[in-house]
Design a protein around this ligand. Sequence first.
Ligand code: HEM
Length: 161
Amino acid sequence: MRELLLVVHIFLAIIWAGGIMFIGWGVFPATLKLSLARQRYFLISLMKNTHYLFTLAGTFVIFTGILLGTVFGPIKTWGFLWHTTYGNIFIAALIIGLITLLWGMLVGYREMMIIFKDEFLWKEAEKGNKKPLIGQLIRLAALESVEVVGFVALVFLMVAF
Ligand code: HEM
C-alpha cells in the first residue's frame, strides 16, 4: 500500500511541477511564433483548461505526502515532528509545498490572466508598441520563478528524506 501511494505521489508531482515548467519553458516560447491575437487566445484557453488540473495535482501531492509521512510513515507524535531530521524535512516540505501551490493559484495564475485580458497592453503591442507588454511578461516570469524555486527546493528535500 505504501509503495502504491509513493508511486501516485511521484506521478502527481511530475504532472504538477513538470506541467507548469513545460508550459513556461516549452509552450510559451513556441507561442511567440504566432500572431499576437492567436498567442493571446491560445494562452488564455490553455491556462483556463490546465489551471484546475495543476491545482488538483498539487493538492494531492501534498495530501499523499502527508499520508506518506504520517499514516504510512514514522511520524506518530508531535515530538517526532519537531525533534528528528525526518520530521524537520517533512515540515519544510509541507510549508514549501503549500506556499508553492498557493502562489501558483493566487499570484501566478491571477496575474497571468490580468495581463492576458488587458486590452490596452495587446492593442498597443499590435500597433507596434510592445514595450508595456514585454515589461509585464518579464514581471510575470519573475513571479512565476518563485514556483520554480519551490519545486527545486522540494526535490532537494525529497532526496534528503
Ligand atoms: C514537487 C513536489 C514533490 C516531488 C517532486 C516529490 C517527490 C518525491 C519522491 C521522488 C519521493 C521518494 C523519495 C525516496 O524514497 O527517497 C517522495 C517521498 C515523500 N514525499 Fe514527496 N515530493 C514532492 C512534494 C512533497 C510534499 C509537498 C510533501 C509534504 C507534504 C512530500 C512528502 C513526502 C514524504 C513524507 C515522502 C516519503 C519519504 C520517506 O519516508 O522515505 N512530498 N517525494
